[in-house]
Design a protein around this ligand. Structure first.
Ligand SMILES: Cc1cc2nc3c(=O)[nH]c(=O)nc-3n(C[C@H](O)[C@H](O)[C@H](O)COP(=O)(O)O)c2cc1C
Ligand code: SF4
Ligand code: SF4
Length: 301
């Protein structure tokens, strides 16, 4: 049986999970950011995994584009894992519907709680959500959370080895049901988050697509040493280096890789990020992110 695990990751949580599972299942580890550049992505393996972070209660826009390009979906065991900071929300159900629309089936979907990597662009919002989600975890709590994630991964491994089917993890909270029922994501959340993120123009894109413009509030400060890491780490080439420092091109995925991996913490999101701790998964290095490991590498170990 052939196996492939595709992943998308900004700060390493999803990469860590995908890499570990790929080792355990002897799967090829493949990056969604590379695959998505093809017009058609033919699923060749019999056993396919997709690992990604939850964004705005759904999947990242790049993951939607990836699934929209998939072909050869029939008679495969396909599972997905979302990593999340607060709740798996309905990300996996959303993914399952994308699969159905392509004539395929998502066999199983699991969530893994991991440190929250989003920092809001305004200090007031960070303050408001601090007690619940947007908190900087003390080291001990972070270690505990990551160890619980490892335990969950073991459960997931057992389930996918048994080719468990028909299980999709969701948590559809009342407030979110209300928001969806009245289409408030598009009518309210989209314009509000665009504004908060620093974008003030017109936008006809859907909420999911509109994240591309939410880099409007990114800027660099005097700590920037023009090392170019932000340009290298961006999964979609949305950061270009100018003679002075980085420039954002408004094709953003909001993955936070540029901001979180900058070695000088010089990238700010409006006024919300100055002085706040940066995060990436402690067992994923910048080198790992830049050159994702392939099957061959695991076999050498
Ligand atoms: C733009 C953005 C939106 C997010 N939205 C959610 C969300 O709706 N619910 C949630 O629980 N976590 C959310 N998160 C947190 C991430 O899902 C979580 O930290 C994830 O593990 C990050 O994975 P990565 O390190 O592989 O990028 C969001 C993060 C970002 C950057
Ligand atoms: S990663 Fe940070 S220090 Fe390096 S160029 Fe980008 S902003 Fe400047
Ligand atoms: S610009 Fe930054 S946040 Fe946007 S996609 Fe690139 S790395 Fe991610």
């Amino acid at each position: 049986m052939t196996a492939s695990i595709y992943y998308f990751s900004g700060t390493g949580n999803s990469m860590y999970i995908a890499r570990k599972l790929a080792k355990l299942t002897h799967a090829d580890l493949l990056s969604i950011k590379d695959a998505v550049n093809e017009d058609e992505i033919v699923l060749a393996a019999d056993f396919v995994g997709i690992v990604f972070p939850v964004y705005n209660h759904r999947v990242p826009y790049i993951v939607k584009r990836f699934v929209d390009r998939l072909s050869n979906l029939n008679s495969k065991y396909v599972f997905a894992i979302c990593t999340y900071g607060d709740s798996p929300c309905i990300a996996l159900e959303y993914l399952s519907k994308l699969f159905s629309a392509r004539g395929g089936k998502l066999s199983c979907g699991f969530g893994v709680k991991m440190p929250y990597n989003y920092i809001a662009p305004l200090p007031g919002i960070n303050g408001l959500f601090q007690p619940f989600v947007l908190r900087e975890l003390p080291d001990e709590q972070q270690r505990k959370m990551l160890s619980e994630a490892d335990q969950k991964l073991q459960t997931i491994y057992d389930a996918i080895c048994a080719q468990k089917s028909g299980y999709i993890e969701i948590e559809y909270r009342r407030l979110e049901q209300f928001v969806d029922f009245f289409n408030l994501r598009e009518l309210l959340q989209k314009p509000v988050w665009l504004k908060i993120s620093g974008y003030s123009g017109k936008c006809d894109l859907s909420y999911m697509e509109s994240v591309q413009l939410m880099d409007a509030g990114f800027h660099y400060d005097e700590q920037c040493v023009r090392c170019g890491t932000c340009a290298k780490i961006c999964p979609v080439g949305n950061v270009k280096m100018s003679v002075n420092g980085p420039v954002w091109l408004h094709q953003c995925e909001q993955c936070f890789a540029c901001l979180q991996w900058c070695p000088k913490a010089a990238i700010q999101f409006r006024s919300g990020t100055a002085g706040r701790k940066r995060y990436h998964h402690p067992e994923v290095s910048l080198a790992d992110m830049l050159s994702y490991p392939m099957k061959e590498k695991f076999e050498d170990e």
